[in-house]
Ligand binder design. Structure first.
Ligand code: GDP
Length: 197
């Protein structure tokens, strides 16, 4: 799918969030899960300027997703949230995050879907579980996306999927690879379905 992404802004406080007018999709995951790679693969463009520049890591980075190259209003926003999981033992997922992240996740009216990224090569992690529980308690729609699926064989993939579903207590997981593009079509379909509701 060809889209025309445009980097909008990095927000460090709620006052800087874009006006909530169109559906928003949040990307969440532990650092190094492959979030930047996935955003780049989905957006298929360096225009998105997804980077791990230190200045951006504690902010929410917003991207407007346009259907075409014209200046027509975007129909969708992507919100790239800071990675978590630096601290080995953290009381809660939010203890590592700037204060405005938690209210963003609970209060943002246009947040249509939270994509919770986990690494398909790593067993279920406590921090991922904490985030999923937090979002479920906030009544947020979420989909778990397992990255780097190209590193697993067919059998290993099925096993990893079953283990993650069980460990994270979810019914289904989307397996994707930014490297091969596997699963990205399904992910786009999931994003568009959530945005259309
Ligand atoms: P972020 O910290 O979550 O933004 O993670 P990055 O996108 O920077 O990726 C972290 C590491 O995982 C890098 O070394 C990437 O090359 C690697 N990586 C990311 N996505 C994939 C993937 O789909 N397949 C493989 N094999 N490696 C990946």
């Amino acid at each position: 799918m060809q889209v025309f992404p445009k980097f909008l802004l990095s927000a460090f406080a709620p006052a800087q969030f874009p006006k909530p007018e169109i559906p928003e999709i949040a990307f969440l995951g532990r650092s190094n899960v492959g979030k930047s790679s996935l955003l780049n693969a989905l957006l298929g463009s360096k225009q998105a300027k997804v980077s791990s520049t230190p200045g951006r890591t504690r902010s929410i980075n917003f991207f407007a997703i346009h259907d075409g190259p014209q200046k027509a209003a975007p129909k969708l926003l992507f919100a790239d949230l800071p990675g978590y999981g630096y601290a080995k033992i953290s009381k809660s997922i939010s203890s590592e995050w700037p204060k405005f992240i938690e209210p963003y996740l609970t209060d943002r009216p246009q947040l249509a879907l939270c994509l919770c990224l986990v690494d398909s090569n790593i067993p279920p992690q406590e921090s991922d579980m904490q985030l999923i529980e937090f979002l479920a308690n906030a009544n947020r729609r979420l989909v778990v996306v397992a990255t780097k699926a190209d590193r697993l064989s067919g059998n290993g993939r099925a096993k990893a999927k079953a283990e993650l579903c069980q460990g994270l207590n979810v019914d289904d997981i989307l397996m994707v690879s930014s490297k091969t593009g596997a699963g990205l079509k399904d992910l786009w379909a999931t994003i568009q379905a959530a945005a259309a509701e």
